[in-house]
Design a binder for this molecule. Structure first.
Ligand SMILES: C[S@@+](CC[C@H](N)C(=O)[O-])C[C@H]1O[C@@H](n2cnc3c(N)ncnc32)[C@H](O)[C@@H]1O
Length: 187
């Protein structure tokens, strides 16, 4: 077996924990790669709710999913912190992914922020199914990235170990602030 890269490993964790027919969340659609992955994973009976604060990201995600003839998604042009406006607080979520940082080839000043990322995580946790996972791919090399990494780790490290298993996965001999994964699994 070869060691999986961060995106590959993030998808692997979700493949192992999400079932067909479930509702899942892509908290940061960007160019739609994770939305497309989740859409296929949950199948036609499932649903992906995708969020992004940039219209451009929602449009390119919509375009990518149309290209792949996927229709089982709801794309929301709003912050993931506002998710209870779009996802019932009574719903059961099969899993979620956050790909933090900025939209590649776009404005590097529009980035995920610790307050809204943490607020969204705290909104998903109560409605996450048992054994479900929130997977975060933490990019932190850009301006503002260090701060988000610090705040996020501070928050996640405090999660009660009786209720959640928290994993950190990353490459410790890579240069230039390599991204790493944080995964929170509900027990
Ligand atoms: C690294 S990109 C995501 C890449 C994407 N998952 C893909 O597969 O292409 C991060 C995205 O998060 C979005 N974003 C930043 N703050 C956000 C927020 N509060 N709510 C939702 N999306 C946000 C940015 O606009 C950007 O498109």
């Amino acid at each position: 077996m070869l060691i999986k890269g961060v995106i590959q490993y993030a998808h692997h964790l979700l493949e192992e924990s999400v079932s067909e027919g479930e509702i899942v969340i892509d908290a940061t659609c960007g160019n739609g790669n994770d939305t497309l992955f989740l859409s296929k994973l949950v199948g036609d009976e499932g649903r992906v709710i995708g969020f992004d604060i940039q219209k451009e990201a929602i449009e390119s995600t919509s375009h990518l999913l149309k290209e792949h003839k996927r229709t089982n998604m709801t794309l929301v042009h709003d912050s993931h912190a506002e998710m209870y406006k779009y996802v019932s607080s009574q719903a059961t979520i099969g899993g979620a992914i956050f790909n933090l940082g900025y939209l590649p080839r776009s404005d590097k000043k529009i980035i995920t922020k610790p307050e809204s990322t943490i607020e969204a995580i705290d909104k998903i946790l109560p409605i996450l199914k048992r054994k479900g996972m929130i997977v975060l791919v933490v990019y932190h090399g850009h301006d503002g990235g260090k701060d988000e990494k610090k705040e996020l780790l501070k928050h996640i490290i405090e999660l009660d170990q009786k209720q959640y298993t928290v994993l950190r996965y990353g490459f410790i001999n890579q240069k230039n602030n390599p991204p790493f994964i944080l995964a929170i699994q509900k027990k």
